[in-house]
Design a protein around this ligand. Structure first.
Ligand SMILES: *Cc1c(COP(=O)(O)O)cnc(C)c1O
Length: 498
């Protein structure tokens, strides 16, 4: 028997076998399969097979274990992470792309739509057309792309090319960000050879935004001490409480000193679509680079971020791909005599860190084609409303305390019985309540710490979530707190009826 039995046909049949299970998963019915972990682990954990099991066996395992036991992060009550399950059309677009546009650089409709989607995306968030960039595997790489361009800029201002020559002449490089900055920015500094220690944390004030006087001071002191400022990073929606840093003010401080301003909008970049908070983003046309994650609020399948840079030339020099004979031999656009394989697609390979990659933007195109800019705007506003609804309920309840006023779609709060004031007791109580709420399964918020205190933290980006789910989050917390005897009958009922 021939050992390579990979099916190259039977696509319709293969999909048909999985469709009922997939369809049923999206209804989130019955007991949550996450509880059956020991069962599926035992079934799936096997040694490398010497002989293939064949198409039908793989499909059956996908159906009965992988799909049936999937993690229900798309269930309407899930507000746990800044990650969600894709909506239908982008998920299907990914499959279509995997089969027909597998390599992003060659001329296919998938390649064309990826580049078009990049333009649509930058229009959507309000970046001018002359910004350039690429889709990335996520926000971590989108930030890496922005900071690679910043590093290039810092080197070129000092008369050398860091991408070509290395970093010896970039003496004691420094990157500045608020203490709330996402931890992938530290790693980007490490990967880029600046060092994770190069990231200097600017303390935050009572509004949890970076102390601008401190930023100004350190940006003056560091060069005087022989250090090299490379970039200031502003968060447009931090993942703890959703803070949008004062981007305009940070940019003015940075630019007055010739320093790059990068905005990490991986989560909150789309927040600019809500007119209530748009002014916080300032004039994005003047920033130097921007990271945004369509695989978060836009709910395309995970594996899609985007990095934009105001000056595409700096980016291309930062991520230059050296020529290679096997690529350069391929003629581009040979006209009548050419075959479809002679033509390079659109997009610039010098704008990304990966090489072979899927046309990730196809899913973004599909999402925007399906719901338009107005659909995306409505989603962001609805989710920001969810956070405001939770905050309003918390404010009017004597046994709940708002720990951070929502800015975007995150609301941090805790249970605070009137007779408990010890902070450690409150932390332990809220941790217990959160775990019980999650175990009940109706509402799945997550947690963080706000000013050191344990906070229950719903983050609303799930396209299936509505205001009713925001209400259910508060109801569940109150029900569990009541059940634990943490808040009395009187407190439970004291909320004014809605
Ligand atoms: C999610 C996130 C990141 C990291 O993005 P990934 O897509 O997880 O790689 C970085 N910064 C912020 C603000 C984020 O929300």
């Amino acid at each position: 028997m021939r050992p390579d039995i990979a099916a190259t046909d039977a696509l319709a049949d293969s999909l048909a076998r999985l469709l009922p299970a997939l369809e049923s998963f999206t209804r989130f019915e019955g007991a949550d399969p996450a509880a059956r972990r020991t069962l599926w682990r035992v079934a799936l954990d096997e040694p490398l097979p010497e002989t293939g099991a064949g198409r039908e066996a793989v499909l059956e395992t996908l159906r009965s274990y992988v799909i049936a036991n999937g993690l229900r992060i798309g269930a309407p009550g899930f507000s746990g992470w800044v990650t969600t399950m894709p909506t239908t059309v982008p998920a299907v677009a990914q499959l279509a792309g995997a089969i027909t546009a597998a390599q992003r650089w060659w001329a296919t409709p998938g390649n064309f739509l990826e580049v078009l989607a990049l333009r649509w995306l930058q229009r959507l968030v309000g970046l001018p057309d002359h910004f350039e960039g690429s889709f990335t595997s996520g926000g971590a790489t989108a930030n890496l792309v922005g900071l690679a361009a910043a590093r290039q800029h810092a080197g070129e201002r000092r008369g050398f090319d860091p991408s070509l020559d290395g970093l010896q002449r970039l003496v004691e490089p420094r990157v500045y960000a608020s203490t709330e900055v996402h931890h992938v920015v530290h790693r980007a500094c490490g990967v880029l050879g600046l060092g994770r220690r190069a990231l200097r944390m600017i303390p935050v004030d009572s509004s949890r935004t970076p102390d601008l006087d401190a930023l100004e001071r350190i940006l003056d002191e560091d060069p005087a001490a022989g250090r090299t400022p490379v970039a200031v990073v502003a968060s447009a929606g931090d993942v703890n409480t959703g803070i949008v840093d004062p981007i305009d003010a940070m940019r003015e401080i940075a630019h007055a000193r010739g320093v790059w301003l990068h905005v990490d909008g991986a989560y909150g970049g789309f927040g600019v679509l809500d007119p209530r908070v748009a002014p916080l983003y300032g004039d994005l046309s003047k920033i130097d680079s921007f990271a945004v994650d369509p695989h978060k609020w836009m709910a395309v399948p995970v594996g899609c971020g985007a990095g934009f840079v105001r000056d595409g030339g700096v980016l291309a020099r930062a991520l230059t791909l050296e020529p290679a004979a096997y690529v350069e031999m391929a003629p581009t656009g040979t006209g009548d005599l050419g075959s479809p394989f002679d033509e390079r697609g659109e997009g610039n390979p010098d704008f990304s860190v990966d090489h072979s990659a899927p046309a990730r933007g196809l899913t973004v195109w599909a999402a925007l084609k399906e719901i338009g800019a107005s659909g995306m705007r409505a989603r962001v506003v609805r989710h920001n409303d969810c956070a405001r609804r939770v905050a309003a309920r918390v404010r009017e309840h004597p046994a709940l305390e708002l720990l951070a006023e929502p800015i975007l779609s995150i609301c941090c709060f805790r249970v605070k019985p009137e007779d408990v004031s010890d902070e450690d007791t409150l932390d332990a109580l809220n941790e217990r309540i959160l775990l019980r709420v999650r175990a009940r399964g109706r509402a799945i918020p997550s947690h963080t710490r706000v000013n050191g205190r344990f906070a229950i933290r719903p983050c609303f980006i799930n396209p299936r979530t509505t205001l009713a789910d925001a209400d259910a989050t508060v109801d569940e917390v109150l029900a569990v707190a009541g059940g634990l005897g943490a808040i009395g009958e009187r407190a439970l009922r004291s909320e004014s009826p809605r």
